[in-house]
Design a protein. Structure first.
Length: 255
């Protein structure tokens, strides 16, 4: 009997010690709980921009590193793109994907109100890109590990002129500047594909994010891209094209 009691006490002691070393749940139940927390993100993703305004951001180069940081309690939550969210938590019993996203915005081109013909032309080109599945291929190439890379037709006639695209700071994978100054990204590919369909050349003007709408309004650029979406305030100043991609950032927490 004494041996049985000792065995039970030992088991309880071991369980207690194990509990002391466990990492508590994140304590984040919705996006309203994210501000002020320690947030983990994958480097070179759009999540960085959205997380930086909400808490203390820790960047990780790989999915495995971010998972480990979340499980160990180094970060309170992770912000990741919807395209990889389900894969991120798959097989991770201690992690949970919140149903409510941190943000979900349909990105558009911003175009001057007096340039309605261009807005109509851009929308027509976007419809062609969707119907031909080129737009889907471009998006998959950046988010789903696809191998598609947009290339302009070699024999394209660009004699109709040039459109100036205004873009802001780097916002991977939408806009990225390489070490040698080359500007690439999903936004650039979509804008170039639109210009190709319109038979126009394209030049890029890099400005501040805060100046994107102003540049279009005052004629310093024909259109602008950079996390812009149709909003009541923005619609008073510029016109917005049809959406070309939806940016949804999801929240992963520790159970």
């Amino acid at each position: 009997m004494k041996r049985l009691i000792c065995a039970v006490l030992c088991a309880l002691l071991i369980a207690g010690l194990a509990g002391c070393g466990s990492v508590p749940a994140s304590g984040i139940a919705s996006r309203d709980d994210v501000p002020g927390s320690v947030i983990g993100v994958l480097s070179d993703t759009a999540a960085v921009a959205y997380a930086e305004t909400r808490g203390d951001v820790h960047k990780y180069a790989t999915r495995e590193q971010l998972v480990a940081a979340l499980k160990s309690g180094t970060v309170d939550c992770a912000i990741i793109d919807d395209s990889i969210a389900k894969r991120f938590v798959r097989g991770q019993l201690k992690l949970e994907l919140l149903e409510e996203p941190l943000i979900s915005a349909a990105f558009c081109f911003a175009i001057a109100k007096e340039n309605a013909d261009l807005t109509e032309a851009v929308n027509g080109a976007l419809r062609q890109l969707k119907d031909s599945e080129v737009l889907e291929d471009i998006i998959d190439g950046y988010f789903s590990g696809g191998k598609y890379v947009y290339r302009s037709p070699e024999d394209l006639d660009r004699s109709k002129g040039t459109l100036t695209l205004a873009v802001g700071i780097d916002f991977p994978p939408y806009k990225v500047t390489s070490s040698d100054g080359e500007i690439t990204g999903l936004d650039i590919d979509v804008a170039r594909a639109v210009c190709d369909l319109l038979g126009l050349d394209m030049e890029i003007s890099v400005i501040t994010n805060e100046s994107l709408v102003s540049a279009v309004m005052h004629g310093r650029a024909h259109f602008a891209l950079g996390g812009l979406y149709d909003s009541e305030a923005g619609a008073e100043m510029v016109d917005f094209s049809d959406p070309y991609v939806t940016c949804t950032q999801r929240i992963v927490v520790r159970k």
